[in-house]
Design a protein around this ligand. Structure first.
Ligand code: NAD
Ligand code: DAU
Length: 356
């Protein structure tokens, strides 16, 4: 029987990679991609599957309750995978409200529509799933040792992570209160193709390729746990198929690196890839720290590994080279999006224009 997926935020970085992953790994599916197309949404990511009969796009704000409700009555949706969000921490520091609107109220709008359409007792009810794509940032910041597990208390610090934690609590509450089939995944930092160049890795690659300064916040020793995006997509696919309803699954690859390590690695690999000696560490510039900057994230992926057999297949050394190569081959994609609102935000953030 055909499985119908509602993928929200499918024109963004992880959502578009997820749609490409699903279409490559499953035959008998239908995907409805719902996206508002904010500055971060880009249908060019999905140009290769535009004419695939299994895929369709609807431009929609997940906060538009009546449109979302209608969609659930138009299509018999089996799985909801909610990627749609404002996702950038720096933007949330400058303008928290839109994060509350999309990340919290948007999630509630989807939950309510699904709850209304998915009737307890209908013969498909037991197979339906609402998967909330969350983040390790809801757990707050680690000291030098230890890892986040699914039982780590929520302790978000930025408006972004607070909005994601709020959404997680609401998703859990719908599960507990209405016996509604929810799942939550909490993933560490992703990197790979189609990531908007405001996030650390694509920003540094793009700036390095243009001989622009590489702005490192604070002392550069904050730690993130990097995961290649395709491995995240595989984890979500496995949680949808075999995860236990009501459970949380952390997704991460035991790949912790300091920011300065990442930036120096990008300098080295970009320089090597295009044979350009002007791409050097001299481009690195230490800039004032992010407000409330979490020091360290590190995921313990034991549960998803033991229970579902997931593990990250792409090691960082391989993944970063593939990613740099992708950005070199897709400069037109980057150029198309590094304009308009993004430019304004960038200028406001750094008080100067650093992107070509
Ligand atoms: P992104 O910013 O690249 O994409 C977000 C997408 O959501 C965009 O296509 C945007 O147009 C869409 N969107 C925003 N507001 C919307 C609205 N009101 N209605 C409909 N669509 C809307 O984000 P991403 O990095 O792909 O992250 C996707 C999800 O994964 C987010 O929920 C994020 O919190 C979570 N996450 C991201 C990472 C990461 O490293 N990027 C890690 C863990 C979890
Ligand atoms: O951990 C998962 C989270 O990872 C996701 O939930 C978020 O959606 C995603 O944006 C990401 O959040 P981070 O804040 O960790 O990612 P970002 O790429 O913005 O920053 C990574 C680290 O690099 C962080 O310590 C801040 C630092 N940084 C970032 C930028 C953009 C810099 O030093 N310089 C920069 O210019």
């Amino acid at each position: 029987m055909e499985t119908t997926y509602l993928v929200t935020g499918g024109a963004g970085f992880i959502g578009s990679n997820f749609i490409l992953y699903l279409l490559a790994h499953h035959e008998n599916i239908r995907i409805i991609n719902v996206d508002k197309l904010t500055y971060a949404g880009n249908l060019a990511n999905l140009a290769s599957v535009e004419s695939d009969d299994r895929y369709m796009f609807r431009r929609m704000d997940i906060c538009d309750r009546s449109a979302v409700r209608d969609l659930f009555f138009e299509f018999d949706i089996d799985y909801v995978v909610n990627f749609a969000a404002e996702s950038h921490v720096d933007r949330s520091i400058n303008d928290p409200e839109i994060f509350v609107r999309t990340n919290v109220l948007g999630t509630v709008s989807l939950l309510d529509a699904a709850r209304e359409a998915w009737r307890v007792g209908d013969d498909k009810y037991g197979d339906r799933r609402f998967l909330q794509v969350s983040t390790d940032e809801v757990y707050g910041s680690l000291g030098p040792s230890g890892f986040f597990s699914e039982d780590t208390p929520l302790d978000p610090h930025s408006p972004y992570s607070a909005s994601k934690a709020s959404a997680d609590l609401l998703v859990k509450a719908y599960g507990d209160t209405y016996n509604f089939p929810v799942l939550i995944t909490r993933c560490s930092n992703n990197y790979g193709p189609f990531q908007f160049p405001e996030k650390l890795i694509p920003l540094m690659i793009n700036n390095a390729l243009h001989h622009k300064h590489l702005p490192v916040y604070g002392d550069g020793l904050n730690v993130r746990d990097w995961l290649y995006v395709e491995d995240h997509c595989k984890a979500i696919d496995m949680v949808l198929s075999n995860g236990v309803v009501g459970e949380v699954y952390n997704v991460g690859g035991h790949n912790e690196r300091t920011n300065i390590f990442i930036v120096e690695k990008i300098v080295e690999e970009c320089s090597k890839a295009i044979g350009d000696a002007e791409i050097s560490k001299s481009l690195i510039e230490y800039v004032p720290d992010r407000k409330g900057h979490d020091r360290r994230y590190g995921i313990d992926p034991k549960k998803i590994n033991d229970d579902l057999g997931w593990w990250p297949e792409t090691n960082f050394e391989e993944g970063i080279v593939k990613t740099i190569q992708w950005y070199i081959e897709n400069r037109a994609w980057v150029k198309q999006i590094t304009s308009g609102e993004y430019q304004n935000n960038y200028v406001q953030q750094y008080d100067q224009e650093k992107i070509v």
